[in-house]
Design a protein around this ligand. Sequence first.
Ligand SMILES: Cc1cc2nc3c(=O)[nH]c(=O)nc-3n(C[C@H](O)[C@H](O)[C@H](O)COP(=O)(O)O)c2cc1C
Length: 313
Amino acid sequence: MLKSIVIYYSQTGNTKKIAQAIHEGITQAGANSDIARLRDVAPQDLENYDLIGLGSPVIHHRELPNVTKFIYSMKSLDGKHSFAFCTHGALPGYYFARVVPAMSQMGLTVIGWKNWFTRVFHPFIPKPYYTDGHPDEIDLKEARDFGKAMVERSRNIYMGETGLIPTLPRGREYDKIYRPVSPDSYEETSIFSKLEAQVQFKVNKEKCKYPRCTHCIDSCPMGAIDLSGTEPIFSKSCDVCWLCWQTCPRGAIEVGDLEALEKAHKLLITLLLKKSIETFEARGSFRRLIPEEEIGYDNIFCRTPTPRFKIDG
Ligand SMILES: Cc1cc2nc3c(=O)[nH]c(=O)nc-3n(C[C@H](O)[C@H](O)[C@H](O)COP(=O)(O)O)c2cc1C
């Protein structure tokens, strides 16, 4: 019997839900399927699997470095079948352009990939947001169907059928599908990314309850936080995913100039996110559940008190 595993990284539960539905679909197709969080899997344990699925959110137009690191540690899996999946807001970006070739480079045969538009808790987005309400039942059904399709394709390829391995579109063809807004809009809004890259988190020692609380240390995908010394350290591997800042139970993690970030992000909303989501909607690849008049342009998410959500990974 075909043996499969679905591995996922998730912060707010979207990728976890999609992963669970893919896993269900795989089981329904009669394959033996496991499901596991990225942090619980050692790449050397994957040798017994015939089909390996890997999924995560799109963060900063790509995968987070914990996912990249995991892929590059997947050695000795030559010829095994794999698939990639991701969840995201308005900008799927370079996710598949990076992850699919990286998996192939490790010797895996990538037999499919699929993305889902899902709700977002990015600090500077309006709330409600364009993609809120997803994943819904229709998305989950699509995920189950994708799981089934991956099993069927994998079986057929192992049985010797040729011509079933898809090729990821490249360059302009890729951009047409996953980055449909003109490159100028990315250029004009790059000020936000520049400011974000310079963000330095600080710990308010009066609010922080370390060592009784190690929430930020335990949940940081990059293992970038060290509070054991006299001065808290956020190492260079911090990818500014904002998870610690958004979920600290006591709001003890602080940043400097929030207003500059908010202002720069407003430009990004109008020039990039809105255009992008409208393009996907017009193409029929995104189903809007929140009407435009309900988008909370005056209600920026970071104004909500912390913790802003519970980690669900
Ligand atoms: C810091 C941060 C950066 C993000 N960057 C992107 C992005 O570049 N493109 C996009 O479409 N969504 C982006 N998102 C939204 C997430 O990809 C989306 O909410 C995803 O479903 C979260 O998955 P999870 O619930 O499994 O953690 C970002 C979210 C955060 C918090």
